[in-house]
Design a protein around this ligand. Structure first.
Ligand SMILES: [Zn+2]
Ligand SMILES: [Zn+2]
Length: 148
């Protein structure tokens, strides 16, 4: 084989492998995103992994965890903090708040948003806010009715 041909062959192979890698990454990201959306409960990484592994037993925990944190960094998902020791994720990246039930630990969306809250804090303390995470605690409707 001529050297040129060898180089060309190598370049093609590299392209193919890169492509396969990209494709696999895209599929994994989509799986993770779909799982967070399908679960719809502001799931933990553990819950996302349990959901995906039912259909795709070959996926590793490390892959799921890595994708979740990467997607939270790139704002494709929202990291809503770890109020119970594990980080929870949200597919809804729009500005909204959360209500966490002290009893059943469910996370509810509060679709209200107070846009002036960041401006007010900035004015008060001179902080530059890049992100905020507000949650309320208490009893949800179901748990409240059980307590009666
Ligand atoms: Zn509850
Ligand atoms: Zn939410």
């Amino acid at each position: 084989m001529k050297q040129d041909t060898v180089w060309h062959f190598r370049a093609c192979l590299k392209d193919i492998l890169n492509n396969m890698d990209n494709k696999r990454n895209t599929i994994q990201r989509q799986l993770v995103l779909d799982a967070v959306r399908e679960l719809g409960i502001h799931p933990t990484a553990e819950q996302v992994f349990d959901h995906i592994i039912e259909k795709y037993p070959s996926i590793s925990k490390a892959t799921v965890y890595r994708n979740l944190s990467q997607m939270a960094e790139s704002c494709e998902l929202l990291n809503i903090g770890s109020f119970d020791g594990s980080t929870h994720y949200d597919h809804n990246c729009h500005n909204h708040y959360h209500f966490i039930c002290d009893e059943c630990k469910q996370v509810f969306d509060i679709d209200d948003y107070f846009p002036d809250i960041c401006a007010r804090i900035k004015n008060m303390d001179g902080f530059d806010i890049t992100n905020h995470n507000i949650s309320f605690n208490g009893l949800c409707r179901v748990c409240k009715s059980k307590k009666r």
